[in-house]
Design a protein around this ligand. Structure first.
Ligand code: SF4
Length: 299
């Protein structure tokens, strides 16, 4: 299957982008593996005719919005992120009416419709930097309240209003689960994603995006780590740090939507060129504005 994927990639001038949470075998055949921010930048720079995006819907959508002339395919179009929809109808208008200088800051983990209603997008890698750079005092951070709270703690000069949304995978992790691993591995450092609840972040040694966690594990001198994020990151952690040990909370955090990306589905979309991401042209143009603003402000 891997050979057929390689051959088709060359024949069709296709590039495969995979998120760190995709299964290991998919990361192995990908040309680029990264977090949402890195993959959005790669999608924009790509000169391939076809982009196969191994992630969830909002990632495929973002790639299409940034490359409207390219064919963006997803191995499984039903792979979706529940958090991407967690903003109540009308609440953005209510906030704009309440705060005249409001900036709506939208985590990239959101639908194209939500991006259209926002002033700027962010990812977990650049959210602090971008929020700091905005001239607005009042910020409505959507959809993830955990990332919003983490940003608010770093950017105390702003009034950050939180939304009632979260990643169901990260929000399930508890401080007790971390403590149970800590008991088994007392020397392990706890590395957590900011989508985790405050109680998990409070017992963490390091907090960062998946890309930040990978970079930390590489440069840090410890030998053992308890990883508080989705377990797809394990593939890169182990291949980049063969002499280190990585443990996960029990049950191991696993996003079933990310796991819909398989070698079979990658091969199938490359062969049949099906599962194309289609976005209404007007929606796409409007959603491009906050995405481009993110890429500009994050430079
Ligand atoms: S891990 Fe959470 S934020 Fe990421 S795609 Fe899955 S549900 Fe969405």
């Amino acid at each position: 299957m891997k050979n057929r994927i390689e051959r088709l990639k060359k024949e069709k001038n296709a590039v495969i982008l995979a998120h760190y949470y995709a299964p290991a075998e998919v990361q192995e055949v990908a040309d680029y593996v990264g977090d949402s921010f890195y993959l959005a930048k790669i999608a924009k720079q790509s000169d391939s005719d076809i982009i196969v995006f191994c992630g969830v819907q909002f990632m495929g959508e973002s790639a299409k919005i940034l490359n409207p002339e390219k064919k963006v395919l997803m191995p499984d179009l039903t792979a979706d992120c529940p958090m991407a929809h967690m903003v109540k109808d009308g609440i953005i208008d209510q906030m704009r009416a309440k705060y005249k200088d409001l900036a709506v800051v939208c985590y990239i983990n959101s639908t194209a419709e939500l991006k259209c209603l926002s002033d700027v997008c962010v990812t977990s890698s650049n959210a602090v930097k971008i929020v700091k750079s905005l001239p607005n005092k009042n910020i409505f951070f959507i959809p993830d309240h955990n990332l919003g709270r983490f940003v608010a703690e770093q950017v105390r000069e702003k009034n950050i209003i939180l939304n009632d949304g979260c990643c169901p995978i990260h929000a399930k992790l508890t401080a007790e689960q971390v403590a149970a691993q800590k008991e088994k591995h007392p020397n392990a450092k706890v590395l957590s994603h900011p989508e985790c609840d405050a109680e998990v972040l409070a017992v963490s040694d390091y907090i960062g995006s998946t890309a930040d966690i990978l970079a930390f594990a590489k440069r840090d001198e410890s030998k053992e780590y308890i990883i508080c994020t989705e377990d797809g990151v394990d593939y890169k952690l182990r291949t980049e740090n063969p002499s280190k040990r990585f443990y996960y909370t029990d049950p191991r955090p696993c996003c079933k939507d990310m796991k819909l990306n398989t070698l079979e589905t990658v091969l199938s979309v490359l062969e049949k060129e099906e599962n194309e991401v289609i976005i209404d042209a007007e929606l796409s143009e409007r959603a491009l504005i906050p995405l481009n603003r993110m890429l500009e402000l994050a430079k």
